[in-house]
Write a protein that binds this ligand. Structure first.
Ligand SMILES: Nc1ncnc2c1ncn2[C@@H]1O[C@H](COP(=O)(O)OP(=O)(O)OP(=O)(O)O)[C@@H](O)[C@H]1O
Length: 233
């Protein structure tokens, strides 16, 4: 479980999160929604210690993130909004293998995870391609494969469909639904609920750094009017 407790965060004098509390239960599929600048990325980056809060804390599976960063980063996989920032190796295969190798897994296990993860994002057989020659959508898919290959208990994706074509979007959504069905908790940050409304268990909506709605999609629909997000009809 990811537990966000009374979290506040400022950049300089600007407060972006103001006493935010929520949880993601094991196996839950949660959407974090809100307008541009509402604090979504700032919130999720606290969940594996990429940002430290001014006050409050995030607890992952019973351990405070800042007491044990390594544990948090092993338990919580993160796919960033700008996937190029996340790619670390020269080739697709080496990039996806980087995380599992750092876990100290044996070669066969690493190879099998890389193969499964690339297959899941529609990039099978493309291990040898150079990362710097990928399109934006392909970069996004490789970044997702890298997170999948870590087999985290909780997976957080910041705008994972941005830049993907229809096939890529469907492939990523289907894979996330499968992961969810297999028990992984999935958190998707978005300002467009339309492609996720039927999949998600819960929606957490942020506005001006506070949670303004938190509940199953249908039950929060009426609370999303002023939140500047796209909701299905
Ligand atoms: N490193 C930073 N330094 C200063 N201000 C920042 C920094 N990162 C974000 N901000 C500001 O904090 C606010 C919240 O940003 P954040 O990225 O968390 O919002 P968001 O809801 O994820 O937005 P978007 O939908 O545009 O990605 C914004 O006003 C942003 O300009």
């Amino acid at each position: 479980m990811i537990r966000v407790e009374d979290l506040s965060h400022s950049y300089g004098d600007t407060q972006v999160l103001d006493d935010v509390s929520t949880t993601v239960d094991d196996g839950e599929f949660v959407l974090v929604v809100g307008a541009n600048g509402s604090g979504k990325t700032t919130l999720v980056r606290q969940c594996n210690g990429l940002l430290a809060p001014d006050s409050g804390r995030v607890v992952v599976d019973g351990t405070s993130v800042h007491e044990n960063l390594v544990r948090a980063r092993t338990r919580v996989g993160m796919v960033f909004q700008h996937p190029r920032d996340q790619l670390v190796a020269a080739t697709v295969g080496a990039d996806v293998a980087f995380g599992p190798e750092n876990l100290g897994l044996d070669r066969d296990e690493v190879d099998s995870r890389v193969e499964d993860a690339l297959d899941a994002v529609g990039m099978a057989e493309r291990e040898d391609e150079r990362v710097d020659e990928l399109s934006g959508g392909e970069e996004a898919r490789v970044a997702i494969a890298g997170a999948l290959a870590m087999e985290p208990a909780h997976l957080i994706l910041d705008e994972p469909l941005a830049g993907l074509d229809a096939t890529g979007r469907e492939s990523v959504r289907a894979r996330l639904a499968e992961l969810h069905a297999d028990g992984t908790s999935v958190v998707v940050v978005t300002h467009d609920l339309r492609e996720w409304f039927d999949t998600a268990d819960r929606v957490v909506a942020l506005a001006d750094g506070r949670i303004v709605a938190d509940g199953p999609p249908e039950s929060v629909r009426g609370d999303l009017d002023g939140v500047a997000v796209d909701v299905p009809p």
